[in-house]
Design a protein around this ligand. Structure first.
Ligand SMILES: NC(=O)c1ccc[n+]([C@@H]2O[C@H](COP(=O)([O-])OP(=O)(O)OC[C@H]3O[C@@H](n4cnc5c(N)ncnc54)[C@H](O)[C@@H]3O)[C@@H](O)[C@H]2O)c1
Length: 267
């Protein structure tokens, strides 16, 4: 079961799972991308269904679980992947945007763990993954709301992993922390922004920060490669899934500065 499975990294994960013969539930807020994705998967012989689900709504996530169980009778892998992001200043970002980003990026995975966790545990086998970001390990300039949500996702998954290991659960967990990946997240996020008039075309990516993020995404890792990393982490029981592991040096520099001079400037 993959949230945000109709596009980008979620679709890459779906492709990696399909290549391993898994049955798939593609959950997304965008019905058109669900339809296209499920059609293509079925064309390739994959047993897949699509469910419209807004991960920021508990009742939608509960409905998703019902549909999954009704169709396949169980769920073995949950990927809390759906997400949105805007390059915005923590001081001037609108409160509606704060709430939307936290609701989708953090409450989505919280609801996923809450609703699907007991189902997977009751089966006695399975895996729970969540897509955070390198912004869940280091807070970047003008990425305040996104970083708050993604730090929360990392904390959620670390806590979950420790709980599972402390009771020697057969359930495993992982957290994906991607660097730049070549997806449509900037355009999609602008299209889903809560205060946007849906009758108008979504605005284009703008501003220096928006343009630099867009350029980095376009040169980023292909989503299918990320899907393979996630599938391989599940197969090999790896908790941290980093697409750009050398970026972990930035995390280390932040920790060194914390220990040595308590500044944030070295990160
Ligand atoms: N692209 C990157 O460089 C990058 C880097 C780090 C982390 N991420 C994270 O990866 C995840 C996937 O992003 P992506 O880059 O593939 O973007 P994407 O826009 O291609 O895919 C995100 C999917 O989530 C869906 N979605 C958005 N809001 C939703 C909601 N409320 N409920 C259900 N589905 C919703 C979208 O329709 C879309 O299909 C996100 O959590 C994102 O924060 C992406």
């Amino acid at each position: 079961m993959i949230t945000g499975g109709g596009s980008g990294i979620g679709l890459g994960i779906a492709n990696a799972f399909a290549a391993r013969g898994m049955k798939l539930v593609i959950a997304d807020v965008n019905e058109q991308t669900i339809e296209n994705t499920v059609f293509e998967l079925k064309q390739n012989g994959v047993d897949a269904i699509g469910v419209r689900c807004d991960v920021s709504k508990l009742e939608d996530v509960e409905h998703l679980a019902e549909e999954t169980l009704n169709t396949f009778g169980g769920v073995h892998v949950l990927c809390n992947n759906a997400g949105v992001g805007l390059p915005t200043s923590s001081r001037s970002i609108k409160l509606e945007d704060w709430k939307w980003i936290i609701d989708v990026d953090l409450w989505g995975p919280i609801y996923g763990v809450k609703v699907f966790g007991p189902l997977i545990e009751a089966q006695g086998e399975g895996h729970i993954s969540a897509t955070a970001s390198m912004a869940g390990l280091i807070s970047a300039n003008k990425m305040g709301a996104y970083s708050v949500a993604k730090h929360g996702v990392v904390a959620l998954m670390c806590a979950l992993e420790r709980e599972l290991r402390s009771k020697q659960s057969p359930i495993t967990a992982s957290v994906l922390c991607p660097g730049p990946i070549n997806t449509n997240i900037s355009h999609n996020s602008l299209a889903y922004r809560p205060e946007r008039d849906p009758t108008l075309a979504p605005p284009k990516v703008s501003g220096a920060k928006g343009a630099s993020i867009q350029a980095a995404l376009e040169e980023g890792m292909p989503p299918n490669e990320v899907g393979e990393l996630v599938a391989s982490a599940i197969e090999n029981d790896k908790f941290w899934v980093l697409t750009h592991p050398w970026w972990a040096k930035g995390v280390q520099r932040q920790l060194d500065a914390l220990r040595d001079d308590q500044s944030l400037t070295k990160a």
